[in-house]
Write a protein that binds this ligand. Structure first.
Ligand SMILES: [Zn+2]
Length: 321
């Protein structure tokens, strides 16, 4: 190697060292930034929502088997929900509607339980309690005509609302809060069925079950995912921005980091029909669930902590005047 060659080599080493130094500095800066952000996360404030009790409601539903309309497991689950609510609610109603897209005509049942001291304007929380007749997203083609266990997609929302029923019975919220359990949400693409049959029926017959129209609604769906991350659902942001803002402000105050300050995908879900009926309603949903509509939607993919985060936020929202 000649002197010119050595000089070039030295210059190139210096350049490499500079690049390395810059990379290391950026990495360190990134780490500092991250630890700074972590420090900024508010402390988790725990409410009275009992995560273990809620989780036992989730397990009980899964143990009935898939809650497909027209099946014995579906009937047993209906009895379970009604039994729990009948001793807790100040009023309890069921609303039956026809489901005519299965082999034979069957009835679906929406359940509505009301709590509270009647001050201010009433509100409602809802979820679907049926489960999907077909695991059409299952990686194994042999499973795609079997019904899903619906631990997250079905049982998680019911579990949170049943625990809220217990709490609202012990300490009624200032305004009336109705807990609504919607049937036949998840039969879409099965035979001739549409999605959200129960909410469509309820939204068209709101005045027959609500003595006073609710000022807003909150739907919870697929909120038991053990890896829970809830962005702001896009239709909710467009149709009920004030409700989204109230819910996310409470989540921030309680330090529920599962609620993300970002806008997620639009999901066609039960809330759409209530918005069309003139009641602003949001959907709290984590649609990023890898075992969605498969036979793996089971208890192992859910967690108590996820139910508690959503339960604490909804309890705090109901406690506001
Ligand atoms: Zn589903």
């Amino acid at each position: 190697m000649d002197t010119v060659g050595q000089a070039k080599e030295t210059a190139s080493m210096i350049r490499r060292s500079c690049v390395l130094f810059m990379l290391v500095s950026l990495l360190l800066l990134g780490c500092q930034q991250e630890s700074h952000n972590q420090k900024q996360l508010p402390t988790r404030v725990s409410g009275p929502f009992n995560a273990s009790r809620a989780f036992s409601h989730l397990v009980a539903q899964v143990n009935f088997g898939p809650r497909v309309p027209g099946t014995e497991a579906h009937r047993r689950c209906l009895d379970y929900i009604i039994h729990h609510l009948s001793s807790a609610a100040k009023s309890l109603q069921t609303q039956q509607f026809p489901i005519d897209c299965y082999d034979e005509p069957i009835k679906g049942t929406n359940i509505l339980a009301t709590f509270g001291n009647g001050a201010g304007e009433p509100i409602f929380y809802c979820c679907h309690w049926d489960t999907r007749p077909i695991a059409n997203k299952d990686p194994n083609p042999d499973n795609r005509y079997k019904p899903i266990p619906g631990a997250n997609d079905g049982a998680s929302g019911v579990a949170v609302l049943l625990e809220l029923a217990t709490l609202f019975h012990e300490k009624p919220p200032p305004r009336d809060v109705s807990l609504v359990f919607l049937d036949a949400e998840d039969s879409g693409d099965y035979r001739e069925c549409e999605f959200c049959i129960g909410s469509y029926y309820l939204a068209r017959n709101l005045d027959s079950v609500f003595s006073e129209r609710p000022s807003f609604g909150v739907l919870i769906d697929m909120i038991g995912d053990r890896d829970l991350s809830i962005p702001k659902e896009r239709y909710s942001v467009a149709l009920a921005p004030d409700v989204v803002n109230s819910v996310w402000a409470i989540a921030r105050r309680l330090g529920c980091s599962q609620f993300k300050d970002e806008i997620g995908p639009s999901v066609f879900d039960d809330h759409i029909w209530f918005n069309r009926a003139g009641v602003p309603t949001i959907d709290i949903i984590d649609f990023d669930y890898p075992v969605w509509h498969t036979l793996q939607d089971n208890v192992d993919h859910c967690s108590k902590e996820s139910l508690k985060a959503v339960g604490d936020v909804l309890y705090a929202l109901a406690s506001e005047k």
